[in-house]
Design a protein around this ligand. Sequence first.
Ligand code: CA
Ligand code: ZN
Length: 299
Amino acid sequence: MYYKVSKDTVVYAMSAHNKPVVTVDAPARIQFETWDCFSGQIQLDNAKFDGVDWNCINPATGPVYINGAEEGDILAVTIDKIETAEAGIVVCGKGVSVAGDSLQRSIKVVPVKNNTALFSERLHLPLTKMIGVIGTAPKSGEVSCAIPDMHGGNMDCKEIKEGATLLLPVNVPGALLAMGDLHAVMADGEVGGSGLEISGCITVSVKVIKGITAPLPMLFNNTHVMTIASDEDLDKAVELAVSNMVTYLSSAGSFTREEAIMLCSLVADARICQVVDPKKTIRVELAKKYLPEGINLVF
Ligand code: CA
Ligand code: ZN
C-alpha cells in the first residue's frame, strides 16, 4: 500500500503520546512531505534570523502508526527516494558552529539546480541528499527532535540516504515513525552547525521484523553495515557505537567479543556523523563482506 503524510502535521518531540496522523499496514510505502529544520520560517528571498521561533525548529512530519508493530520489534525503514526543493539554507555562528566564538550569526541561501548546490558561481557542489531527523517514539517521556538517541532522532548521519535501510526500535505500539530535516548536502561532522537545510519529500518502505534483537539504531547499504550511537560526550558515543558493533558481530555465535573488536580495529571505520547537536553522533562502518557466518540480521 502507498500512503502520503503531509507536512501540515509535524511534531517537535518524539513521544508515545503523539497522536498518529496516518495509520499504515506494513509492509508499506510512505511518502513524507517535510519542512526544512526551521519549519520554513526563514524566507529564501530575504533570509534573516529575526523573528525565528527557536521552539519551532527540527520539525518531523508524522507520526505514522504502523499496524502490528509491537514493543520489542524492529522497524526497518528503507529510503527509496529523497526529493529536495529548489533552494536551501546554510547557517553558522556563535553557539551554532564548532569554534564559533568569533563568528557572526550568518545565513546563506544556496540554490539547487541539476543535482548540484550552487554555493558560489564557481563552486557547484554535488548533492548528498540525506535525512537529518528520523525516529520512533522513545519508551517513555518525550525526546526533542533536536536530540539524537537510541530511538533515532536528530542523528544527522550522511549515510541515511537513498538506498539505505535504517533499523529503529519499536518502543511503543505502532512505533510512531516521524521524519524531517532534509539536508541537500552535508559532510561528516556538520561543523558549521547545519547542512544545506531544505524542504522536500521522502519516500520510504517500512517493514516490521519480529523475534530478533539488535543494538539499534543500525544502518545498512549495498556494501556496509553501520551502528550509530549518540551521547553528550563524543568519547562515550564512540564507545557505544563500537560496543554495539561488537555486540552485533558476536550475536551469531561464531565470533567472540574479542575477535569482533579485533576485526573492527582492522577493517571497521569509526566516523563522526555530527558534533553540533545536544548529543554527538558516531557511526561504525563495516564492509558486509567481513560479516561472520550465520549472522541473522542483514539487509
Ligand atoms: Ca539536524
Ligand atoms: Zn538539518
